[in-house]
Design a protein around this ligand. Structure first.
Ligand code: NDP
Length: 326
């Protein structure tokens, strides 16, 4: 049988962690024939809760779960890991300014980037889920100079999946038949879900929908506000769908996306007017354990403006933390 792959998950005691770990152990992340060893990181005060989650993992008797390590030390958590899913982040507390939030998280992701640099496998794939995800991923990447920049990514997949589902419902087509959807930019309400290239069975999705006003007035704002709508309805933020998106992101990155476009936050290569290095959501195709950016797409005035707004926001976040990276 295969050698277990090591998967680190931070914020393991949190609600996304609770929705994520059982699926990883069940083989949803790396395949039904791939044993996994989980390395769980959380803050010292959260370790008793992590132990409780591990008791439940034990009680599932997952055949693919080869072992679990619990720690509050990043270097230990990332030792020899193949995959690192960084979920734990400092939540915004009452009265906290955006700059304070960015700074608090910059500290966490500087430490974790350095620890990955020192102890992870050189082939590690890192996904940042904890918000502000793109900037946290950027900080981790900058703090890990010995790892390739392409090892770091931020999660846009929940926005991508939300957009897919809304488009499928509107066009009355099965969600799996939609191809060539793109989500651009920052994982924040400024991200731009772009249906202009999307197709269903070779037909243009925009022609099937035939309602450009709906795209601008309903679809784009509803994707942006979906997280808030779930908090409103559930009294808690989305956790199962966020965990599912993290699984989709990493699984496709490792095992391939079958020729389909998926959206990932990745360091820019300078294309599409996005400065090199900016952790920006773009459409990619995954194959053979790596991603390839979809190239050569063009923008009309509306989409150009949408991309500019989300890029401006990301540039602002980067400027706010630049002094911490120097
Ligand atoms: P969650 O598990 O609900 O969320 C964790 C992070 O994911 C947050 O930053 C959250 O952002 C983000 N996120 C991204 N996309 C989504 C989405 N669609 N819906 C909801 N959240 C999303 O948080 P909990 O508070 O339950 O758990 C956090 C855990 O992290 C705790 O166990 C805590 O101890 C740990 N932690 C660990 C740290 C470390 O290891 N150094 C540092 C800080 C915390 P948002 O805040 O915007 O909702």
């Amino acid at each position: 049988s295969k050698t277990p792959m090591r998967v680190a998950v931070t914020g393991a005691a949190g609600q996304i962690g609770y929705a994520l770990l059982f699926r990883i152990a069940n083989g949803d992340l790396l395949g039904k024939d791939q044993p996994v060893h989980l390395n769980l990181l959380d803050l010292p005060q959260a370790l008793p809760a992590v132990k409780g989650v591990v008791m439940e993992l034990d009680d599932c008797a997952f055949p693919l779960l080869a072992g679990v390590t619990i720690t509050d030390q990043p270097k230990e958590a990332f030792k020899d890991v193949d995959i690192a899913i960084l979920v734990g982040a400092r939540p915004r507390s009452k009265g906290m300014e955006r700059a304070d939030l960015l700074t608090a998280n910059a500290e966490i992701f500087t430490v974790q980037g350095k620890a990955l640099n020192e102890s992870a496998k050189r082939s590690v794939k890192v996904l940042v889920v904890g918000n502000p995800a793109n900037t946290n991923a950027y900080i981790a990447m900058k703090s890990a100079p010995d790892l390739p920049a392409s090892a770091f990514s931020a999660m846009l997949r929940l926005d991508h999946n939300r957009a897919l589902s809304m488009l499928a419902a509107k066009a009355k087509v099965p969600v799996a038949e939609i191809e060539k959807l793109a989500v651009w930019g920052n994982h924040s309400p400024t991200m731009y879900p772009d249906h202009r290239y999307a197709t269903v069975g070779g037909k243009k999705l925009s022609e099937l929908i035939g309602d450009e006003a709906w795209i601008k007035d309903t679809f784009i704002p509803d994707v942006a506000k979906r997280g808030a709508a779930i908090i409103e309805a559930r009294g808690q933020s989305s956790a199962a769908s966020a965990a599912n998106a993290a699984i989709d992101h990493v699984r496709d990155w490792v095992l391939g996306s079958d020729g389909k476009w998926v959206s990932m936050g990745i360091p820019s290569d300078g294309s599409y007017g996005v400065p090199e290095g900016v952790m920006f959501g773009v459409p990619v195709i995954c194959s053979g354990g790596s991603y390839t950016r979809v190239e050569g797409l063009s923008f009309d005035a509306f989409s150009q403006e949408k991309v500019k707004v989300t890029l401006d926001e990301l540039n602002g976040e980067r400027e706010a933390i630049a002094h911490l990276l120097a």
